[in-house]
Design a protein around this ligand. Sequence first.
Ligand SMILES: Nc1ncnc2c1ncn2[C@@H]1O[C@H](COP(=O)(O)OP(=O)(O)OP(=O)(O)O)[C@@H](O)[C@H]1O
Length: 637
Amino acid sequence: MDDNFIKAEEDRLQDVCRIADIYARSRLEKASEFAEEVKQLEEERLKSQSSLEKDRLTREIRQRAPLDPSRFNPAFEYPDAPYLAGLVIKDDDAKIGRRHYLFGKQGLADVRTQAQVVIDWRDARISRLYYEWEEGEEYEEDINGKERTGVIQKKISYGIRQRELLSIRTGREFIEKRNGSWKPEDGENISITRKEESGDHRLTDIISLISPEQFSLITREHEGCFYLTGGAGSGKTTVALHRLSYLLYNYPDRFRPQRCLVVMFNRSLRDYIAQTSKDLLTDRMPVETFHSWADKALKAMGIKVNFSSREGQGLSYIKKSASFFQALCAHIEQQPFPGDYLQDLGMFLKNRSLLQQHLKKSRRLDELVREGENILTGTRKALSFDDAGILLYLAGQRNKESCIPGVLGWYDHVLVDEAQDLSLTELKALSMASSSSRSMTVCADRKQKILDFVDSGGFDAFQLDLKKNNLLSGELSVSYRSTAQIMKLASQVSGYNPGRIAHEGPEPKFHSFPDEQSALQSLRRGMENIVRSEPGGLFAVICRYKKEALTVIKALQGIPGARLQTQEPSFKPGILVTNVHQVKGLEFSGVIIWNPHQKAYPDTPAGRNLLYVALTRAGKKLAVYYYQPLATLLLPH
Ligand SMILES: Nc1ncnc2c1ncn2[C@@H]1O[C@H](COP(=O)(O)OP(=O)(O)OP(=O)(O)O)[C@@H](O)[C@H]1O
């Protein structure tokens, strides 16, 4: 990229920032003029002695309310990074000719000329030129009812922070500004690089990076349920969030933020997407885990109940099975509603013959029946977390055609991430919470099913059921997170073809030690070095068990930024020591897999999935530290 091009882009940014400032000033001026006018009318009304005059002024004030300029001129929320992408075209229509479009998270117009300076990326009429065509291609698009042809001269992805241009990526080149001067960079994992630069390792939006495949899924016209799948790091979560953002923008009457629901796998994942969901979906949209949503929904139905993780231990695999759901349906069909939801649950669990019929050989029937009896006699003070979905489904079915805020027939859209780890009953309860059009996005990857007590048949049954309800499926085929070298190992473990991979990187490293002590000492040295040499990175030491994580964190004590995920779930640079069940959906600059021995990751579907999830959390680097015989899954075949 030559200096003139860079200078022109730096000047462009300053111009647009000025336009954003003028817009903000003009918006304030208009708002204060309006407030002043209303204030004067109110004062006049106060002073007036005549009731007729008072009425006239009241009417006038009321008539003005819809003219409040703040209703038409929303605040421009991104004055410090007003756009993210640029497109230079040469249109065959001489009146259009060469144009440089800018795309951002929000549109911005110049108040002096009324010209649109930044186009909202969700305005697909124009943005599809950016997302669907490559640099150098000749385009042919129907834009605003007109057939337009021309050439895509440049596609630009901008890195802007605090009004400073920090990186420019075009189809062929990538340059970054470091210590005040521009240098060419290799095209390594751009999401992770951005996180390292900003010091915030939560999920980012990918507005300037969305691929044609992703754009077509984001903008696909469809009513009903949209099933989104793809390998680890292919962008399922990201695409689902961008799709919902697109729906909100283009169909505001059909998709209202406060009437949409995002359900994430656990609290870590909910925190991980918090900022991006706020940016893309507004902070009015509830983002919950299944249990936080279920808890609120039960309260909204007036069901007073406490949950405890000590209750119902060992029964999860029964309660989350597809056959248990069938038993529940049979109960609803056969038994009239007793008038109280808890009693209903108690009666269901106590019905030994019904359970026997559906669960057949279950050895724990006695425990279920006892649970039912205790609920009915009121001696059971708390329910297990597994009961939340059951109770909600039961309550939903007993109020089938109703619309209950936050519970039943209520949501314009429900987005469920990591759906492969929810039970059939839970998925059904969520589906019932959506309005009659059943508008949902369900993201899932069977290779990442890590809760072995959740029956995978449940997800199959849910999908089958959705097919009757206008199901559309989309599959993402490119892995953006882990490098080809890491994905090769992950594919050896999972047995699945990784497909196309966006980045290359160093080979994963294996470090063998004679005992735990020497492994811990070496890990400490390694981690001290890495936080010194890569201060912006977030590195995870992924253990199989929580107990191991406690041992590891003890050995890393004193290293700045080293923390246990359960105690300090932050996404700031440093080292996160965690167990594998906590890292689903997350990503790190580098990952250390701690002592993956055979018993920790056996060659079973559950073992393979767990190890696959752990390996594919790594963006750039992967290392394995072990002092016991390595799991055979990791041995070269
Ligand atoms: N088109 C793209 N260009 C560059 N980076 C992308 C693109 N799409 C997604 N990414 C990045 O890839 C990473 C993985 O995205 P995301 O977490 O949405 O994938 P996922 O399929 O949900 O992963 P997993 O199933 O492993 O949780 C994120 O850092 C995201 O920003």
